[in-house]
Design a protein around this ligand. Sequence first.
Ligand SMILES: [Zn+2]
Ligand SMILES: [Zn+2]
Length: 281
Amino acid sequence: MAELSAAPGAAARPRPPLHRSISASRHYCLPSAQYIEEVIVQTEIPRVARSAPWHRWPSQCAVCHGWGAGRICGRCAKRFADPVDRCRRCAARVVAGIALCGRCVRSPPSFESAIAAVDYSHPWDRLIGDFKYRDGLDLGGALCDLLMAAHQRHAADTPDWLLPVPLGAQRLRERGYNQSWVLARLCSRRLGCRTDASMLLRIRETPHQLSLPRERRLANVRGAFAIEPTRRAELIGRRIALIDDVMTTQATADELSRALLVAGAQSVQVWVVARTPPPEH
Ligand SMILES: [Zn+2]
Ligand SMILES: [Zn+2]
């Protein structure tokens, strides 16, 4: 490929080789956002293109397929993502005026609070499926928008660390990326907080939780997560938000939260795009 001439004033700035971004980003098999940004900078695409807000470029709505700004148009966001009352502790739907659901009153989770943008139902189940299983990374910005709107509605604290729920090595290989890490990167940029995909480790694969009774779900994830041993000191006294695409049962968030609190974290919140109704038993 022919070399492109450098822009005035840009020649003195050291630039990392492009391949370094790929090898350093073991959480992606696809090019990372950082890699794409470096390609843009290094090929000297004009400044105006670099500073353009990508999520406002004309795009087809992923729900109604109409044309507008962003991947979810304002009409669909209003129709399908209108705020509802949720339990402050676990983000399950509650009737208006109730702060905590009965389940959290009886047996509160280890995390301090939870926010969810939408219910895991039409059309979000399909969109999150596309985002998670069918390389729909272009939906990340729109899902991040939903989550940030929920964050503002709840006036939730900005955490010191925004940590993605980790995938096991086998699932990461199969999927090619961790969808929670995509969300964590996008949201941390908006909020200006730190994020890291290697702080939390999934040391054991866990089968899908939803079909299991409560005791089995808790046993299923017990000991499945760990904190990166060389990074534990960075979490002491810090406020953490765990981020994930969906909270199906609370068992995973509960176990991760417990591990973070044992490691010395000051508090743990849970942020999810979508919340499924809690299981009956
Ligand atoms: Zn639409
Ligand atoms: Zn609750």
